[in-house]
Design a protein around this ligand. Structure first.
Ligand SMILES: [Cu+2]
Length: 500
């Protein structure tokens, strides 16, 4: 989900929940086996809640998904009015995004006998959600909460982290809770509700350097079930939304179709602070402004799409999600066929310091594969302990020379680290692919477009793993030297050569 940015709404923003409150004497922290809960009193009997879930043990190079019951919740029945996720080390410091990456966390809530529904979510864009004044998500102590999280370690070093989130909360009976109208999260995702809802964007696909899923996909839903739509089942008001994308993502769109007419409701744009453009997590999404309300009717069809850059690079395993905050309480709302509701959104945060390491600097220690002599003729390369067994650009001597295959032949990579739940990829990168690693480098920019997917194993449909540990290079590559990297551990670089 990216992570996933999200759950709907607006942001009056960062200022509202900023740090000074911590110094107030009325903050009270409770420790539990699952983490800590800090309660800070606010006017009108409201409270600001801070949760730290963990500590979570992060294994070397992990990119796995976990799901666990979540007992870190408000102290009693009431209303949740904002949500702000993050990730920290044990000392409270936020990890650099090129080292530890919050791929996603999704807060799943079940009420009574209902199924678990995704209600809030976080991705590396860390969208801060604040419902418009007067609305809240209902919390009851009988609700069950689960947390689905995917934390990605980009280096071979283990560590420990907390997943953190902050909520503003109005307990029942408090002045702050008076008149609050209930909202629910309607999850809108181009891939529907899945544990790992991803698609690929290949360089050169789409039109004019942009690709929209599912609109421009040849066969977006092979099983025939259209997943990016929801038929509204009761008259309601949408009070907010914001999109979630991965690097390369430009915007998500929310549209409504009624009686054969379709209208845009909102475009959530990715605003990149990244100097290299739309290529990294140095980004913030726009959310709907606080007064935005759209009335929808039973039978309306809502749909979402995600538009990505397809000029700069290929983008693998990306997402496009756009949860809505929806209420069935009287809340008015514009008729989108009479009023243009697709207004400009509001950024949810500025540049974050954890995104300061962009990479791409030349002159590092890696060997330039274009200048290296031929390595041995090989049919197979093992990947062991974060090292491509032949042709790794960090390897000295003969081991670092690019293995050679004849035109029409292929080279097979085997990920021996898969047995330790470490996934690797072989992803084409423009040669020489030797610049420094950061959030914006390397990218999938090879002259040839190839990608192995994540070699490794996991419960099918639940993880990023391809459920195989081998991959063979395409047999149609022209003679030349091909550089590649691992998308999961981008410091890993290698090369091979096609030569008669
Ligand atoms: Cu790797």
């Amino acid at each position: 989900m990216s992570r996933l940015g999200l759950a709907a709404a607006c942001i009056a923003a960062l200022l509202v929940t900023a740090a000074p409150a911590e110094a107030k004497p009325r903050a009270k922290t409770v420790r539990t086996p699952q983490g800590t809960i800090t309660r800070i009193a606010r006017p009108g009997g409201a409270m600001h809640l801070k949760f730290r879930f963990g500590p979570l043990r992060i294994h070397p190079g992990q990119n796995t998904i976990a799901i666990a019951p979540n007992s870190l919740r408000p102290p009693g029945p009431g209303w949740i009015t904002s949500f702000k996720p993050n990730l920290t080390y044990m000392n409270g410091k936020v990890p650099r995004v090129d080292i530890i990456h919050l791929h996603h966390a999704v807060w799943l809530v079940s009420k009574g006998a209902d199924a678990f529904r995704p209600t809030w979510a976080a991705g590396e864009e860390k969208t801060h959600v604040r419902l418009p004044k007067g609305f809240g998500w209902r919390y009851d102590p009988s609700d069950r909460w689960y947390l689905n999280h995917m934390i990605h370690d980009l280096i071979p070093t283990p560590t420990r982290v907390w997943i953190t989130w902050e909520m503003d909360f109005a307990p029942d009976g408090s002045k702050a809770a008076r008149g609050i109208r209930e909202v629910g999260t309607q999850w809108m995702d181009v891939e529907g509700i899945k544990a790992y809802p991803v698609f690929d964007v290949l360089r050169g696909s789409g039109r004019h350097g942009r690709y929209t899923f599912p609109d421009q996909a040849a066969n977006p839903y092979p099983d025939g079930r259209v997943r990016n739509r929801w038929v509204v089942d009761h008259d309601a008001t949408i009070v907010g939304t914001a999109g979630h994308l991965h690097p390369g993502g430009l915007w998500t769109d929310l549209k409504l179709t009624r009686n054969g007419r379709t209208v845009e409701l909102f475009r959530s744009r990715a605003h990149y602070y990244e100097p290299a453009g739309p290529v990294s997590w140095d980004v913030s999404m726009t959310a709907t402004p606080p007064r935005w309300r759209v009335a929808v009717r039973k039978g309306d069809v809502l749909s979402v799409s995600g538009t990505y850059d397809s000029k700069l690079a290929s983008w693998y395993e990306v997402m496009a999600i756009m949860p809505l905050a929806l209420t069935t309480a009287p809340a008015g709302g514009a008729n989108p066929f009479r009023t243009n509701v697709a207004v400009k959104g509001v950024l949810t945060h500025g540049h974050l310091p954890e995104n300061n390491h962009h990479g791409g600097r030349k002159g590092g220690a890696l060997r330039n594969p274009l200048k290296l002599p031929d390595g041995p003729r090989e049919t197979k390369v093992d990947i062991t302990r974060f090292l491509y067994g032949q042709g790794d650009l960090s390897a000295p001597g003969r081991a670092g020379l690019p293995p050679v295959v004849a035109p029409g032949q292929s080279l097979t990579f085997v990920n021996d680290d898969a047995s330790r739940d470490i996934f690797h990829t072989i992803t084409a990168c423009r040669t020489p692919c030797t610049a420094s690693t950061g959030i914006a480098y390397p990218l999938a920019t090879g002259g040839a477009t190839f990608d192995s997917a994540e070699l490794g194993f996991g419960p099918p449909g639940f993880t990023a793993a391809a459920n195989r540990d081998t991959w063979s290079t395409p047999t149609n590559l022209a003679p030349g030297t091909y550089a590649f990297f691992c998308r999961i551990h981008p410091f890993m670089r290698g090369a091979f050569r096609v030569k008669g």
